[in-house]
Ligand binder design. Structure first.
Ligand code: B1M
Length: 221
C-alpha cells in the first residue's frame, strides 16, 4: 500500500470501528516510517470528526460512536510513546481530568500525550472527575497547571463548579486553570474565570508554556 492508501484505509476503518484493522494499519504505516502526527491529523482525527457529523445527522448512533472511539484509542496507544518520548527535561506539572458527568477521554488523552512530549509531567485523573477529586489531587500533587476537559454542552458548567471548589479550598491562586474540549470557546473560558483555553492539543502545549512563563516571570509593577 502507498502512504496515501494507508491514510485512506485508516480513515475508513476507524469510521466503521474496525479496531484490529486500525491497529494493523498503524503498525504498517510506522513500518514504512510514516510520521505518527500524519496518522493522527490526516486520518484518525478527521475520521472521528466524520463519526460526529454522522451522529448529528442521525446516520450513526452511540454504539457506532463507541467502536470508532475504541478503534482510535487503540491506535493512540501505539502512537503514544512515539509522540510523547522526546527526552526533553520536565518543565512543569500538569494535572488533567475530564469533568464530572463526561466520559469522553480521547481528546484529553491526546492533549496529555502532546504535553508529555513537550516536557510536562502529566497526572491524569481520568474521566468523570468530581470537584472534590480535583481539590484533593491538587493538595496531593501540587501541580503548576490544572487542566479540565468537557466535551458536552451539558458538562461545561462543571468548569465553574470546579473553580468554585478550588476557591472554597483556598487553592485557586496556587494553580493555573486551563479548560478545553470540543464545545468550549475562549469566551466561555473567560466567563467561568479560567486562566487559559486552547482549541486543540498543540495549542494547549503553547498556551500552557506561555501561562507558566508568565507565572514564573511576572511583569514588575
Ligand atoms: Co460523544 N459526543 N457522546 N461519545 N462523541 C460528541 C462530543 C458530540 C460532539 C457528537 C455530535 O453530536 N456531533 C456530542 C456532543 C454534543 C454537545 O454537547 N455539543 C456527543 C454526545 C451528544 C454524546 C452522548 C450524550 C451521546 C448519547 O449518549 N446520546 C454521550 C455522552 C456520554 C457522557 O460523556 N456522559 C456520548 C458518548 C460517546 C462515546 C462514549 C460513545 C464516545 C467517547 C469515547 C471516548 O472518548 N472514550 C463518543 C465519541 C467518540 C464522540 C465523538 C464522535 C468523537 C470525540 C473525539 O474523541 N474526538 C464526538 C464528535 C466530535 O468530536 N466531532 C462526540 C477526537 C478528539 C481528538 O477531539 O475530543 O475535540 P476532541 O479533543 C480535542 C479538543 O477538544 C482539545 O484538544 C483535543 C485534541 O486535539 N481539548 C482540549 C480537549 N480537552 C482539552 C483540554 C484543554 C485544551 C484543549 O485544556 C485543559
Amino acid at each position: 500500500m502507498t502512504p496515501d492508501e494507508i491514510l485512506r484505509a485508516l480513515y475508513d476503518e476507524t469510521l466503521v470501528g474496525n479496531g484490529p484493522r486500525v491497529l494493523e494499519l498503524t503498525h504498517e504505516a510506522l513500518g514504512m516510517e510514516m510520521e505518527p502526527q500524519s496518522l493522527l491529523f490526516d486520518a484518525l482525527i478527521p475520521s472521528l470528526e466524520e463519526v460526529g457529523a454522522r451522529f448529528e445527522r442521525g446516520d450513526f448512533f452511540v454504539p457506532e460512536m463507541l467502536i470508532a472511539g475504541k478503534a482510535m484509542a487503540g491506535a493512540m496507544e501505539v502512537l503514544r510513546p512515539l509522540l510523547a518520548d522526546t527526552g526533553v527535561e520536565t518543565i512543569g506539572k500538569f494535572l488533567m481530568g475530564t469533568v464530572k458527568g463526561d466520559v469522553h477521554d480521547i481528546g484529553k488523552n491526546l492533549v496529555n500525550i502532546m504535553l508529555e512530549g513537550a516536557g510536562f509531567e502529566v497526572i491524569d485523573l481520568g474521566v468523570q472527575v468530581a470537584p472534590e477529586k480535583f481539590v484533593s489531587a491538587i493538595e496531593e500533587h501540587q501541580p503548576d497547571i490544572v487542566g479540565m476537559s468537557a466535551f458536552l454542552t451539558t458538562t461545561m458548567p462543571m468548569f465553574k463548579a470546579n473553580i468554585n471548589a478550588l476557591e472554597k479550598a483556598g487553592l485557586r491562586n496556587d494553580v493555573i486553570v486551563m479548560v478545553g474540549g470540543a464545545p468550549v470557546t475562549q469566551e466561555y473560558a473567560d466567563a467561568v474565570g479560567a486562566d487559559g483555553y486552547a482549541a486543540d492539543a498543540s495549542a494547549t502545549v503553547k498556551r500552557a508554556k506561555d501561562l507558566l512563563h508568565q507565572r514564573r516571570s511576572p511583569v514588575p509593577a
